[in-house]
Design a protein around this ligand. Structure first.
Ligand SMILES: [Zn+2]
Length: 297
């Protein structure tokens, strides 16, 4: 046994794996630069080299949107947690527990109210790290609750989806949330209260095909993927190549599905301005300005 063999266990115990967190750096999918995680946090999770928009924690997103980063989170409505007793590689109830521990959130959506540019607003923000931001009964119920609160307060309603679509572990009950979320939006529109959709990466499946597409104004973050079915499935079905940039926010804007693409750091000011214009017009004229998309043509 030489001196190094004797020393090695001591060196190993000194340099433990836990001393080196594996999330100190993030690789940008846009330009492949390595970015220090603390820098990413201070730069609103936007790459300073290529402006790629990373997914951003819900708490950080809310803090960016509301005045002085002050807001109150509404308690989630209680719902049945495993309606069809689903099980694949693991039980759905266990999957929910894991998702909760991993994301630090009880569900795939957070509803909060607070002031944006001095105006009381309701915000529903999806959390992609909770089972892909999928929409089950709890999410549908939260969307309805937020819409009801928006109507009670007369507060503009902003929804920020980031979702793979309906939650398969809840079967047909998750698909029913598409209709329920649309009803939620209709209740807001009937009262001529602004409803703004901010599509972030990715907004797909049953979420893209329901409430998210119904905004009076539809905003998207740069380069976010927006669409119903995945590009690969569409390409295999059509059996021909898809156009460049297919399903990106820029592609959807060019084809009229998205009204504007807004850099994350400008979202608060743009949303504030839109609410100000729409509320002013609604107060002044009392017309159906908000409920008719053609009014924006
Ligand atoms: Zn980059």
């Amino acid at each position: 046994m030489n001196w190094f063999t004797q020393l090695r266990p001591k060196i190993r115990s000194f340099v433990k794996k836990s001393d080196v967190p594996d999330n100190l750096w993030a690789k940008c999918p846009g330009c492949e630069q390595m970015i220090f995680s603390k820098d990413l946090d201070s730069q609103s999770y936007v790459c300073r080299y290529c402006q790629h928009h990373f997914q951003i924690p819900v708490t950080k997103r809310m803090a960016m949107l509301f005045d002085n980063a002050e807001y109150s989170v509404l308690p989630m409505p209680s719902v049945i947690s495993d309606p069809i007793h689903f099980k694949d590689q693991k039980r759905y109830v266990d999957r929910l527990k894991d998702a909760s521990a991993k994301s630090g959130s009880g569900e795939a959506i957070t509803v909060a109210k607070g002031y944006i540019n001095g105006r009381l607003c309701m915000v529903s923000c999806f959390n992609f790290s909770f089972i892909g931001g999928s929409m089950g009964i709890a999410v549908g119920e939260a969307l309805l609750m937020a819409a009801q609160e928006s109507v009670s307060l007369g507060a503009p309603y902003i929804v920020i989806p980031s979702s793979g679509g309906a939650r398969m572990q809840e079967g047909i009950l998750s698909l029913m949330q598409m209709a329920r979320s649309v009803i939620a939006v209709i209740r807001v529109k009937e009262k001529k209260i602004p409803f703004i959709s901010v599509m972030t990466h990715p907004t797909t499946g049953g979420v893209a095909a329901s409430f998210a597409a119904l905004g009076d104004i539809i905003i998207a973050e740069p380069n976010a993927i927006i669409g119903f079915t995945g590009a690969r499935v569409i390409q295999e079905t059509l059996k021909r190549p898809l156009p460049d940039g297919f399903q990106t926010a820029e592609f959807q804007k060019a084809h009229g599905f998205v009204d504007m693409i807004v850099h994350r750091t400008e979202l608060k000011s743009v949303i504030g301005n839109i609410c100000s214009i729409l509320c002013h017009e609604s107060d002044k004229s009392g017309t159906t300005f908000l409920s008719s998309p053609s009014a924006f043509a």
